[in-house]
Design a protein around this ligand. Sequence first.
Ligand code: PLP
Length: 423
Amino acid sequence: MNAVALMKEKNPFLWINPNKLSSDQSLLLQQFDLSDIQNAEARLERFAPLLTRFFPELNSTTGIIDSELIKIKKATFNFSNLYIKCDHSLAVSGSIKARGGFYAVFVIVERILAERGLDVYGIIDKSIGDIHSIFDSGSLVVGSTGNLGLSIGIMGRAFGFKVTVHMSVAAKAWKKEKLRNLGVTVIEYESDYSVACGIARSSANENKGIFFIDDENSHDLFLGYSAAASMLSGQLADKKILVDYEHPLFVYIPCGVGGAPGGITFGLKHIFGDNVHCFFAEPVEAPAMMLGLATGKNSSVTVRDIGLSLDTCADGLAVGTPSEMVAEMMSTILDGCFTVEDNEMLKYLAGLYDRESLRIEPSAAAGFAGPGFIANSKTGKEYLVQHKIDRKNITHIVWTTGGSMEPEEEYNKNYERGLSLLR
Ligand SMILES: *Cc1c(COP(=O)(O)O)cnc(C)c1O
C-alpha cells in the first residue's frame, strides 16, 4: 500500500523519504547556513545573563536553557543504547517551545532596542520596571495549540510586552488559565490550529508595534531550535558517545508544524552530516509533515483531505498542515517520518514514569516508537541494510518535548489511561 493509503487507514508505520539527498547536497539547497545557526547560538548567549535576572532558577546554568541527555535502562524499552533528550523538563516553560519561542522574543527585543540605539547589554543593569517601560507599548501575537503560547506568554510578559495568544480547540484548559494568570489575553477558537494562526497573523501590524510570531513561517523560531544541535553535540562528546559512519545517531522528534524538529534536524545535519538519521513522529490522526512530504504538496494539503480528524491526545502535534517553509527544507534533508497511535503514546508515557520516574505529556511520548520501527519493521530493516548499518552500533535519541509544567491531575489522567493499557 502506498503511504497515503496507510495514513488514511490510520495505520502506524514508518515512511522513508525517497527524495532525501546526501547532507552535503541538501544543505547547499537550504535557505539558511551554518552562520545562521551560529548567530542564533550567539544571541542565546547574549540574553543569558539577563534571563537569570528574570528567572533566578536559571542561575545554575548561567541563563542557558538546555536539558539533560540521559541514558534509559535497557529494561525500560528493550534497547541498549537509548538516550532521552529531556526537553520535557526545559526550564521556565517546560517544553521544547522554550528554545524557539524564547529566541523569537529575543529577536523582537533586539529590534526594539536597536531602534533606541540600545542593545541587550545596555539594559542588563536596569530595574525590571525600567525594562518593562521599554517594551510595554509593544504587543506579541501568536497562534498556538498551547505550548508555544506558554513560551511566548511567559517570556513576552517577562519583558513587559502585551501578549495575545490565539488558541486552537486542541489547547488544554490549564494552559489557557496559566496564561491568563500571567496577564496574557487568550482568544479561544472552536477550529483548528491553522485557523487560529491565520487570525493571529492578520491582526499583526509591526508599524504599530504588534509583532506576530508565525509558527508556520518563522525563521526565528526555526533558528532558535537549531541551536539545540550543538548543545546535544557537546553532551554526546562529554559522554564519549562516538558518532561516525559505523556508529550512527538516530534521532526521533515529535512533529507538529515542523519548526522544532526541523530546526533541530537542520542543526544536527550540519554537525554530523550523513551520520545522523532524523525521523519525525506524528499521531496517526495528524501526520501533517508525512502527508505533505509523501505527496510533495507540502502545506497545500491537509490531513482532513484524507479523512483524518486531528483528534489526538497529543495536543502539541494536533496540526493538519505542515509549515511550508519547513516542509520545503525537510523535503531533501529528512530521513523519514512515522506515525503513532494515541494508545501507544499513553503506554510509553506510563512506562517512562514507572521505570524512569520521568513525567512527560502525550505529545512528548510519540518519539519512543522510533527505535522499534527502525529495528523491527520491514521498512526499518531495509533502511539499515541499504545504509550498511549494524543495528547494534546505533545510538538512539528520543527527544521528549514537553510535560514538566503539566498539573498533577492532568498528568494523572494520562498516566492512568496508559497504565490500564499496559495491563
Ligand atoms: C510544539 C510541540 C512539538 C512540535 O513542534 P512543531 O514546531 O510544532 O513541529 C512537539 N512536542 C510538543 C510537546 C510541542 O509542544
